[in-house]
Design a protein around this ligand. Sequence first.
Ligand code: FE2
Length: 293
Amino acid sequence: MTLVLRELHPGFAHAVLDLDLSAPLPDGTVAALREAMDAYGVLVFRDQHLDDEGQIAFAQHFGPPERYVLSYRPGIKLRLGRAEMVDVSNLDATTGQPQDRGARHRMVNLGNRLWHTDSSFKQVRGALSMLYAHAVPPSGGETEFGDGRAGYDRLPEAVKQQIAGLKAQHSLMHSRAILGFTDFTPEEHAALPPAVHPLVSVNPRTGRKSVYVASHASHVLDMPVAEGRLLIGELIEAATHPDLVYWHAWRVGDLVVWDNRCTLHRGMPFDESYPRDLRRVTTSDVGGLALVE
Ligand SMILES: [Fe+2]
């Protein structure tokens, strides 16, 4: 199976044309999509028609869907109802209308404006994320993607040597605390303890290395906290240099798939009186990319 691809950003994001993801996918197509993910890190599929079941079914071709972090809060009402469906919308779970400015769900999602990779704070980290647009505002609300592989390639040799073997600790609570948000229950803290991952990932199929950092990273092990945070900031900056960023302006029916192990992303602001209904499924990194220890 040969995919019809169009380059959106040199060496990075590509659009996949002429593919209907609501239809059953032959094995050859799945294999070709895996290859394209390895090559480009971000794939864009326009004009799709997916319900939640179809989006989950598509994700399952690539790995087991992980559990939405907000589902760990006792008694929480999830708008999308299923623990695999991550609600990236600005909509209230009860009314379906744009939520109040101080809504907890909004506070948690504001953390998505910081450069991050999905679920780096889990012991089994996030692998591929698949974000599908049901409703978009008339302007704003784009998603930016940075290329961690090209960012790694550009690092000075001394920095590459410095970070080989280093690990960082990641926590959802850390990235939210950056914005002053700390409303998590003991149950959420227990379900989402910090996770430690090396600062460098390598794709065993391509041999390409990538920086692996995110706003969730609180410190580098065996290094003073301040020094580690400066290093984390330096690596995020390298991977999100304007030359390396693909900027996705959403249309209804877009499905964007990215590899969290070699990319960073962040959401952009928009007029929140308009609905923005984006729904995400993320696969767990089970038997996925190797890490440089
Ligand atoms: Fe995200």
